[in-house]
Design a binder for this molecule. Sequence first.
Ligand SMILES: C[S@@+](CC[C@H](N)C(=O)[O-])C[C@H]1O[C@@H](n2cnc3c(N)ncnc32)[C@H](O)[C@@H]1O
Length: 837
Amino acid sequence: MASIHKNALPIPGWPIGRRTACPAAAPLATYTRSGRKRLAGRWNCVPTDEGGQVGWRGTPASLSPSPPPKNADESVTLQRRQSGRGAQNMDRYHIRSTAPKQMSPGPASAELGPQHQHRQLQPLRYPTSTTVAASPLPQQPHSARSAGVERRAPFARVPDSGSGGSSPLQAIADPHSELGCARFGLCSGCSLQDGLAAPPLYGEAKEFFQQLGLAEVPAVMYAARGWRCRAKLAVRGSAGRPLIGLFKEGSHDCVDIVDPAFQPPCGTGPAIVDTGRRRGGRSDGGFMAAAGSNSARDNNGGDNGGHLGWMGGDEAFSCRAHHPRINQAAVLIKELVTRLRIPPYNEPALAKARGGAAAAAANHQPPSARASRRQRRQRPLEGPGLPHPGGPNQETGPSATAEGILRYLQLTAVPSQPGNRAEEDPDAAVQVVLVLNLPAKCERNDPRVTSVLRLCRTLWHLAGPGGPMVPATDSPQPPLQSPSPSRSLSASSRYKAPVRAGDWAVWGAEDKRAPRPQKAVASLALSPRMGPDTPPLSNTPLVHSIWLNFQPDAQRNTVLGEGWSHVAGPAAAWQDFGGVAACVGPGSFVQANYGAMQLVLEEIASLVPYGSRVTELHAGIGVIGLSLAARRQVAALRCVEVNPAAVEPFRASLELLRNRQQLPPVVEYLTAEAGSDPERFLADCNVVVVDPPRKGLGQSLLKALTQPPPTLTAAVPPTSSFTDSMFAAAAAAPDHTSDAMDSRLGTLILPKEEEALTAQPDPGGAREASTTAKQGLPSRLVYLSCGFRALQGDLAVLLAGGWRLRSATAYMFFPGTNSLETLVLLTREVNEDGDGG
Ligand SMILES: C[S@@+](CC[C@H](N)C(=O)[O-])C[C@H]1O[C@@H](n2cnc3c(N)ncnc32)[C@H](O)[C@@H]1O
């Protein structure tokens, strides 16, 4: 059952016919019904150029005979054509049943050989997830060009073996590509109610790429709802009536999106689960039943027409885009802010007038003028019971004084179990960052400190995992899949919070004997699930950790300030991204749409040849590069990122990979502007991955990418940070651990211990060791763009500079908005001397 993987191009120069691991074929795994995974074998692939098609021809090779299942129907063997997990990847899993009755070939599996069958897996509980291909599907199944799959009953649309029907690779209309949000038009978050999988910009992009010779630009959407795993929300309003939400477009007027009293238009029913405890038009407890997932789950039986059945009552007051646990956390925080009378930030008119909608921009791409016109057309009529869009903002009005304490919330979903993915986890916890209008240095007896600590403590004791409110430096790590027998996780491999916990954490931990602030809880006790004697909100803790961020500067439009304090819970939040356990820090960038990012990572893996030397610019916490490393796909990895807060999460993820023996020989992480020394960053790599901010690549980087650098026969020219790098110390350190790393120097190079890279203790030797591999020039550029306009400009320069456009895929990272995340592959000829050809 050999099959050719056309998407995986062989390594240039790799002798055709020589056997190696194919990057497109991940291990064969056996899954039991209970979800347990066993490695059953690997693909045995050879590069091929059969019929003019370069690719890999492979046959599965069993590593060891797997024990027969107890019951013939017990297990299924999955071939993961690309890595990925969960039923959303249905069209990528080709499932071979061990049950003889399942063996007859069906039309769905015909193209992959008679052994492959599609079988029903356990439907996932959360969320509805859809991958939509809006353009014709290619012949070969491809992760990013995959068919529409609706995850709640993911296999319902797939024909049973022998029953006939259409191929599972056929696009399926997405039942949830409509937003169906009662707040649409009030909140600036979304500008589209329907057609989420193909916004107007996608049509434009298709036209653009067609003019450049690409016949096909697939559109991929992960899920229409519940996809946002990191949200940044503004806190405004008054102490008695806080508003938590997004700014209206072009302003700093906050539109509340977590309002339990919100009455949706069109008689769609009450916004909350009504427990009969309404007072003065507000519910004082019913919404807590909705927020406490268990009771709501039971009551609603999962049949409220959507994927959030277990949450119940969400239809009106919850943001459709958010992970439900983020909604729950926002509701709870809002209630506590109200009851503890924490004053929200009172924005000065000056900053408001500037109109830079920081939270809105952080959360959503701004809609284009065309989308705004469309939005106006689609807006529901205002009517009785519907708050005026501008209404609540009068509270902050002209008397705004830049006073108040709570400015923003940053809420990030964290998997409840190490190894899970938050986007699939209904029990995910939430990493809470309270952004305060306070300096990091405060007096203990400052009443604002007391207020903030009361909020933290109440939140922690109501919804945290239990125990005193202290920052945990020892964070649970994902289990090692293939631990090195000789190594256990050293203390240094643990994530070190990039900030000292500081005074706030000490003060917060002081009150160990009074874990429940009784006064605050007393009123919450009215709720059937929120009294002092009731367990926390749900069976699994809602709050993962609490961080304080200090942003006292009224003139700054950025959401996060520079000061941090970690007051409760684990420092590290681990999330599986593309097969790598990535450590997500509160201060570093992470894509908000985790599910869509997983799909992007799969496509990137298929675009990068095995054994490449990869430079990743704008690397963030290194999700892309590390996921390539985890697939053993890179021989060397260099990441460049400007934000120093990303270093520590990167180091922690890297260390875990190292313990799993998945580290490439050379890994380098540079804290620098990508445009500051591009020749150096591009030296000695054959693949460049760029993922710039919306404004695109800078001039100097474009210049370096289009002008071939000097032939690199000599070592990389020394620079101060390279000379001062900690490589020497790393080599000299007994176990090459992070002891050797000093982020002040901005450079981290970790050699894989077996390779040792000559381990010369002098920096020059280190430099040379890192460049002993054959020098090269990038011949492949993988460009992930969140700014389509900037991409258009950058492509014009790149194409004029000798690059050829090979493929483009449009990902809907922000369904509901007129925006695209575009993944583009460019290649160019590079001759043996290292000169661009
Ligand atoms: C769109 S994010 C991508 C991050 C990462 N690739 C990911 O997917 O998680 C862009 C990243 O580029 C970083 N960045 C912005 N300007 C930069 C520059 N001039 N040089 C290097 N990195 C930059 C930001 O801090 C951010 O982490």
